[in-house]
Design a protein around this ligand. Structure first.
Ligand code: CIR
Length: 264
């Protein structure tokens, strides 16, 4: 199966405390109803794309726990429990441990001092890019390289642009050879060997799109990016993201996605 073909996802419903999630713009105020509606539309889109979705219960003690992507990496052959780099998010890993154990026979985990957020990890067919960031430190990235090697994947440690929270805030895999990237990453030379489609001016946030099977989930606020994706011959599903964007999040952040062994 190709790296954007999935059968299964884990998501976590937002709690009312989501409005207190971490954010870089103090003037941006999300509402619980807004995030909940965006989350529900997202879960429906995953289900419509053919995925079976395991919906975990909201956790009021962890405002950012709806962004479950940051807690683990999941693959056909096993999962890696991460150690999120924001102190308020660290214990979210314990809350996802049980779900990983239900779905995966093999789960390894990052050790003490080894920090990495899933938002900093871009999986492509040949390479897994791990972006060093305010959340992902070198110890974490280097440990991840070893965990990934054990799952048969080669990885490369790179730098996340200082202007974005996570590496994948600024890029996504669109097809086997094509990456969508915001200018900060498109110009970096990191993606030599890939076709790179740059986000249109003013639509930098569109880089956090998600290819799921034949479809591409794109933020509704990014019509020109949607057009570019449609021109690639891919089916576009537009999803509202304005409230999660106020929490520096996008579409990839809200799920862990993988292809189950016994289903193809
Ligand atoms: C945070 O700052 O951790 C959350 N407010 C947003 C997390 C977004 N996650 C992601 O990009 N993978």
């Amino acid at each position: 199966m190709r790296v954007f073909e999935f059968t299964t996802a884990i998501v976590r419903e937002p709690g009312k405390s989501v409005v207190n999630g971490l954010k870089s713009d103090p003037t941006a105020v999300p509402t619980y109803d807004g995030v909940l509606a965006e989350h529900r539309a997202y879960v429906d889109a995953l289900a419509e794309a053919g995925l079976s979705v395991d919906i975990l219960k909201p956790l009021e003690d962890f405002p950012d726990s709806v962004f479950v992507e940051d807690t683990a990496l999941v693959f056909r052959d096993g999962a890696i429990l991460l150690r999120p780099g924001a102190p308020s998010r660290l214990a979210e890993r314990e809350e996802v441990r049980g779900a990983l154990a239900r779905h995966f026979a093999a789960v390894t985990e990052l050790g003490v001092g080894e920090y990495a957020d899933g938002g900093d990890v871009l999986v492509t067919p040949e390479t897994v890019f791990i972006g060093l960031s305010a959340r992902t430190n070198r110890l974490g990235a280097e440990a991840l390289v070893k965990h990934l090697a054990a799952l048969g994947r080669s990885a490369r440690v790179v730098q996340t642009p200082a202007t974005v929270l996570h590496f994948k805030s600024a890029c996504a895999l669109l097809s086997e050879d094509t990456i969508v990237a915001a200018p900060a990453l498109a110009a970096s030379g990191l993606f030599a060997g890939y076709r790179v489609l740059e986000t249109p001016p003013g639509e930098e946030g569109a880089a956090n799109l998600v290819r799921v099977n034949k479809r591409v989930l794109v933020g509704k606020s990014y019509p020109r990016m949607a057009e570019i994706v449609a021109k690639e011959g891919l089916e576009v599903k537009l999803l509202p993201v304005s409230d999660v964007a106020k929490l520096d999040a996008g579409l990839s952040c809200m799920s862990l996605r993988w292809a189950k062994k016994d289903e193809g």
